[in-house]
Design a protein around this ligand. Structure first.
Ligand code: SME
Length: 154
């Protein structure tokens, strides 16, 4: 993992280990990501409940997409295909749910509990191509740290 992400991972580990309510710990983790990495203009957690992704803690502008069926949009595609998504330019997608007209790039990294998908971390940026494989590696580590908290609020 790139050095620029290592400090954030340490901070998220510390937050995850506190005895604050799980929702508060998830919220703080999202805030830490955005604070350290400004290209995470919107970043939040979706929780998989009964075949739909329900929006959990997030930072950034409120979104109307608080419940996303499996298969719909970038988030639903990640869950349906069991694969993380990195979208360089969302204008090139047909199956896209716009949170804001200004968003250009998006990343979705799955949260796993062993073989089971229990949620996702989703991030948006107004710049084209903002997210790379380095972000995917970072968010994969974050997802593993946060998985017990996602399970706790599921
Ligand atoms: N763009 C996502 C919807 C969630 S918002 O970005 C917060 C999608 O296409 O699934």
């Amino acid at each position: 993992m790139q050095e620029r992400f290592a400090g954030t991972v340490r901070a998220i580990r510390e937050v995850a280990a506190t005895d604050a309510p799980p929702t508060d710990r998830l919220q703080e983790a999202m805030a830490l990501i955005q604070q350290d990495h400004p290209h995470y203009e919107w970043v939040g957690v979706y929780i998989l409940r009964d075949d739909a992704l329900e929006l959990g803690p997030f930072v950034g502008a409120p979104t109307e997409h608080t419940e996303i069926p499996i298969g719909r949009g970038v988030c639903g595609t990640a869950a349906a295909t069991r694969a993380n998504q990195i979208i360089g330019d969302v204008r090139k997608l047909d199956n896209y749910l716009a949170c804001s007209a200004t968003v250009r790039s998006e990343i979705v990294v799955l949260v796993w509990d062993r073989e089971e998908i229990i949620g996702e971390i989703d991030a948006d940026c107004d710049e084209v191509g903002a997210f790379t494989a380095a972000d995917e590696k970072f968010l994969t580590v974050v997802a593993a740290i946060l998985a017990p908290l996602v399970r706790a609020v599921q």
